[in-house]
Design a protein around this ligand. Sequence first.
Ligand SMILES: Nc1nc2c(c(=O)[nH]1)N[C@H]1C(S)=C(S)[C@@H](COP(=O)(O)O)O[C@H]1N2
Ligand SMILES: [Mo]
Length: 502
Amino acid sequence: MGIVGVLSVLSGLAGGHLVAGLVDRDSSPLLAVGNAVRDATPYSVTKVVIGLVGTYDKLLLFGGVLLVLTAVGVGAGLLARRRPWPGILAALLLGGIGLVVVLTRPGVGAAGVVAPLVTTLVGAGTFALLWRLATRARRSGGEASPVSSRRRFLLTSVGVGVGAGLLGAGGEMLARRAGVEASRAAIGPIIPTVPAPPIPPGADFVEAGTPPFLTPLGEFYRVDTALTVPRLRAEDWRLRVHGMVDRELRLTYDDIRSRALVERTVTLTCVSNEVGGPYVSTANFTGVPLRELLLEAGVRPGADQLFSISVDRWTAGTPMDVVLEADRGAMLAIGMNGRPLPLERGFPARLVVPGLYGFVSATKWVVDLEVTTFAERRSYWLQRGWGRVAPIKTQSRIDAPRPLTTVPAGRVTLAGVSWAQPVGIRRVEVRVDGGPWMEAELSTEVSGQTWRMWRLTLPLEPGPRLAEVRATDQTGMTQPEERVAPIPDGATGWHSIQFTVA
Ligand SMILES: Nc1nc2c(c(=O)[nH]1)N[C@H]1C(S)=C(S)[C@@H](COP(=O)(O)O)O[C@H]1N2
Ligand SMILES: [Mo]
């Protein structure tokens, strides 16, 4: 009977997922429970898990939820050996929990009841059917045709299993059919009215081992809490600008696209980046200045926070004075490297604010901008112990040699990146084995809002070596040596690597 329970759980979830694909993707009980578990997980746990499994965290989350639910299915099945009602009851109970979870998910409307109801009915129905067949197969043990009733049970079970797989896959395809890809493809290139200056020669030291100045899309770091990438068509996208404003704005994709678009080369940085870490990347973003939109709406006195909300209800709180700074270049971006934003970058639109960590500024899939105060509204990561004020901290990283590698003796080139948005880098220094600091050569500066590469070629004797790097920004501030963890407002400390000269 355990298998009957498992199949009932799976077919119920699959049925709900299919219907959710038709009605509202977020109402899939499986997705909703996964999202709820994720949101309820304390950050300390999430951090350890992500450290262990990296980007497989979402797979783990889903797998975990499925495993728990099927275990409940097995339990219910075993309880229902003699009578079917413990199984039916379990299906109703699980379905009820699913319903509550779905309806309490933000952004799920009344139509959200349909998918969990289908899950409940399919789950209970499957259980009733399979239970009858299984019981018949068992009871007919001594009768004339035990084989046929057993075979009937097995065939039906296999059918239900395969059917559940097909339903689930169908739901997944329907959810995607929504045509976001088609919507994005129909947009064509995003051509700025005011293009960013071309990247000058000598802006990177790729041949010395730095990343290329503009990060290839596949290598651009990605950080978000989205279990599945939100799929919002440009045609359906609306941006509401409201709160402490004189006039509310409601903007469509075409409204934005038909405005004068500016392009900026910006280096995005994540607050959770460890010293020497990879969460820093650069792209050309195209969009409209946020300042322009906000001045049109008319910001009322006293408003100190721009509270942005994504379609999946993630939120960020950005200081209003930074957003309104004339030469900061905070933008509502619709393009990245000349193309519409890729789906996982926030298609159709996201925010980009040079000089602030992403968690307080870079809302992807943004649909709502509320002009408010920090006293009034607390954003997603602020509620979870991260900082409220989060300017990017000056940092530098050694990319070459790779840590723990061996390089030939003689002249050794060290190279890497440094960043201090929005002011820019003045100086990068390197030292080997605790010796004197030596000034590295800097790449051609693109702007203070982007990273800057460095390199230094040194004669090095054979043996184990320790190299350290530190940057000084355009305000004259040199990176402190003290190691501070990323939480709450960004890591500090000098990056160091060990390597061998032989
Ligand atoms: N909707 C949404 N936007 C988001 C996030 C998120 O979790 N959800 N994460 C933010 C964080 S922490 C960072 S560092 C940047 C990363 O942008 P990227 O994934 O394009 O590199 O997106 C920001 N925007
Ligand atoms: Mo981040």
